[in-house]
Design a binder for this molecule. Sequence first.
Ligand SMILES: C[S@@+](CC[C@H](N)C(=O)[O-])C[C@H]1O[C@@H](n2cnc3c(N)ncnc32)[C@H](O)[C@@H]1O
Length: 287
Amino acid sequence: MRAAQHTRESLVSGDYVMTADDFAQIAGTLKEMSGIVLSDGKVALAYSRLAKRLRLLGLASFRDYCALIDSPEGSDELQAMLAALTTNVTRFFREPHHFDTLHEITTRELAPKARAGDRVRLWSAACSNGQEPYSMAISLLSALPDAASHDVRLLATDIDPHMVEEARAGIYRNELLNPVPAQARQQFFQRFDDDHLTARTSLRELIRFNVLNLIGAWPMKHKFDVIFCRNVVIYFDEATQERIWARFAHMLQPGGYLMIGHSERVSGPAERHFDTIGLTTYQRRAA
Ligand SMILES: C[S@@+](CC[C@H](N)C(=O)[O-])C[C@H]1O[C@@H](n2cnc3c(N)ncnc32)[C@H](O)[C@@H]1O
């Protein structure tokens, strides 16, 4: 009886009742959809982000919200819930050492490979609103200006369709471009309106944008020379992280490179496939 009463208490004080059961259902659904773990410490965050959804939908409580996301009519709301609960923080040239390394790798290995007529593939595996893949493309083009006339492509994917849309649109507030060197800004972006710049065709044409869930199927046929997967697996549990590292090992060419976020590290059985060659930078072993 006491336990039953306990589960009806709200975990957070506010306009809506969110019980421990409601939170557990939301956290379980999010993990199943995306791999993201919503720990108990994130109750207040989940409440405040989802309370906006309840208000918009005119729902009276999180119990009603949970019933909606559990119903066949709830599929659109599941996407909205995912978007509300994920963190999309990103920046042009975030963790800049990776872009210096990409420039060096391009000069030393990828440019000769492309000029020899071979396929060169790069992947930004959680691209958010596109600042990461555009930064990668700038680094690549600075070392291989004629990349578009070779078989060179950059795949940019994210689980959130709205982020992929924004990335594809490639329109950013002027101040977001501050980390981009002035000459590259001039060369690869143009005025959209007084407050925004947009990526030029020379930058866009290298990139293919798609929705892809890292814990789902990966339909790509070819292996990659470089994978950036930064600041996303940190939200997954250890077992999920280990599976993803193993899948990256499989998807990288021998000698290919994996760049990960500042607080992440390759762990588990896949470790034996990688050499650490720099800060959060790994190289796939040949065998
Ligand atoms: C914090 S951002 C990182 C963006 C960029 N990689 C960076 O480091 O600046 C995390 C991104 O991961 C995406 N994400 C979360 N779970 C994902 C999953 N299961 N598959 C693919 N992307 C996911 C989110 O939508 C979000 O855009």
